[in-house]
Design a binder for this molecule. Structure first.
Ligand SMILES: Nc1ncnc2c1ncn2[C@@H]1O[C@H](COP(=O)(O)OP(=O)(O)O)[C@@H](O)[C@H]1O
Ligand SMILES: O=C(OP(=O)(O)O)[C@H](O)COP(=O)(O)O
Length: 397
């Protein structure tokens, strides 16, 4: 895989570099303010290195999951402003992804300038399963630049136009963030010290259920909390009220539980509430008794003890996905408890995922007490699973 160092050694002065970054940061729904800029900060070293070498940097990124059409709620405008602040320069935002405005603004860049394209997922072709559709968008990306650098570690598991197809059209290299992430994750895949425990939570349930099957033979324990756990609890025959549930995956979970024996550890209690709200009335209920009208929005205190005991015995830990809706105070305790237990692990502990990393920072935990905080959740998991990641495979061609 060619590295950014190789590109820099060849010289990039005056050249237009399309840099795919993962700037998918959480936003406050009311104010549209960025609540954690960790992913923007993590992208800075590569952006700065390119600027200092005189490149004209065109950054492509996604934000959230818009439906393939422009939607102001998912605009990268707040990200352009924050990136500019952190770089100490103005970062203009193209009004489109790879259209007239993107072409005009990229042509106007001077050496060391930075441009941010609008959310690549405003183009339906970005995430299309159809190679020709993605290819047409990738052609338009390729027109904007001379070189392509992928530093969007959190998105390398996506076969998307700005991650995969464009790399086939331009001389390419991996950025420094991607290189650093791979360096650490390799330590988890090459003979991890045991017991090796993986903790999974969060809300991208169907994405991550697919990973569990391949991960199970590699780990000693898989602790499942967050929105992930309810499909498993339903598979055990429990009612889950209004909790997040992938009804069509219950059978898969039943099969996984049967195959895993005691290697999958599920919550024994949850914090349930009537609404997804900071002032909703909450109660702690055993998983056997989640009332119909309530939804589970955090794991309960007994679960934190159970998970804590497993983590206390572990020598290698990977954690992805908050244990509850940590953005709201009444549902923070589970994530805090697990974050503390992961921080205390004697061996290598890695936290991965945009929201998990944000939770560590927002809950005031010391980032230095973790071996590594990865910007990618799904990407790390698929890497640990041993799957080929399209965004990396294409860089090694
Ligand atoms: N029980 C739950 N019900 C609904 N959402 C949940 C639950 N537990 C956690 N979440 C949500 O999961 C989101 C993070 O999920 P995900 O994107 O999978 O994690 P990451 O970004 O770390 O990979 C958070 O916004 C959190 O509020
Ligand atoms: O937030 C991300 O992944 P993560 O939640 O697995 O860490 C990445 O930006 C990828 O986003 P996606 O899962 O919408 O493709």
């Amino acid at each position: 895989m060619r590295s950014l160092d190789d590109l820099l050694a060849e010289g990039v002065s005056g050249r237009r570099v399309l840099l795919r970054a993962d700037l998918n940061v959480p936003l406050d729904k009311q104010t549209n303010q960025i609540t954690d800029d960790g992913r923007i900060r993590a992208s800075l070293p590569t952006v700065q290195a390119l600027r200092e070498a005189g490149a004209r940097v065109i950054v492509a990124a996604h934000l959230g999951r818009p439906k393939g059409t422009p939607d102001p709620q998912f605009s990268l405008a707040p990200v352009a402003a924050r990136l500019g602040e952190l770089l100490g320069t103005t970062v203009p935002l193209a009004a489109d992804v790879a259209g007239d405005d993107a072409r005009a603004k990229s042509a106007a860049l001077g050496d060391g300038d930075v441009l941010l394209l609008e959310n690549v997922r405003f183009e339906a072709a970005e995430t299309s399963k159809d190679d020709a559709e993605r290819g047409e968008l990738a052609d338009r990306f390729a027109v904007l630049a001379d070189l392509y650098v992928d530093d969007a570690f959190g998105a390398v598991h996506r076969k998307h136009a700005s991650v995969f197809d464009v790399a086939q059209r331009l001389p390419h290299a991996a950025g420094w963030l991607v290189a650093r992430e791979l360096e650490v994750l390799t330590r988890l895949t090459t003979d991890p010290e045991r017991p090796y425990v993986v903790v999974l939570g969060g809300s991208k349930v169907s994405d991550k259920l697919a990973v569990i099957e391949a991960l199970l033979p590699k780990v000693d324990r898989l602790l499942v909390g967050g929105g992930m756990c309810f499909t498993f609890l339903a598979a055990q025959g429990h009612g889950v009220g209004g909790s997040l549930l992938e009804a069509d995956q219950v059978e898969t979970c039943r099969r996984l539980l049967a195959a895993a024996g005691d290697r999958i550890v599920l919550p024994v209690d949850v914090v349930a509430a009537t609404a997804f709200s900071a002032d909703a009335e909450t109660s702690v209920v055993p998983v056997e008794q989640i009332p119909d009208g309530l939804m589970g929005l955090d794991v309960g205190p007994r679960t934190v003890e159970v998970f804590g005991a497993e983590l206390g015995a572990a020598h290698t830990v990977f954690w992805n996905g908050p244990m509850g809706v940590f953005e709201l105070a009444p549902f923070q305790a589970g994530t805090r408890g697990v974050a503390q237990a992961v921080a205390a692990v004697a061996g290598l502990s890695v936290v991965g995922g945009g929201d998990s990393a944000a939770a560590v920072r927002q809950l005031g935990l010391d980032e230095a007490s973790y071996g590594h905080i990865s910007t990618g959740g799904g990407a790390s998991l698929e890497y640990l699973e041993g799957r080929e990641l399209p965004g990396l495979a294409v860089l090694t061609d």
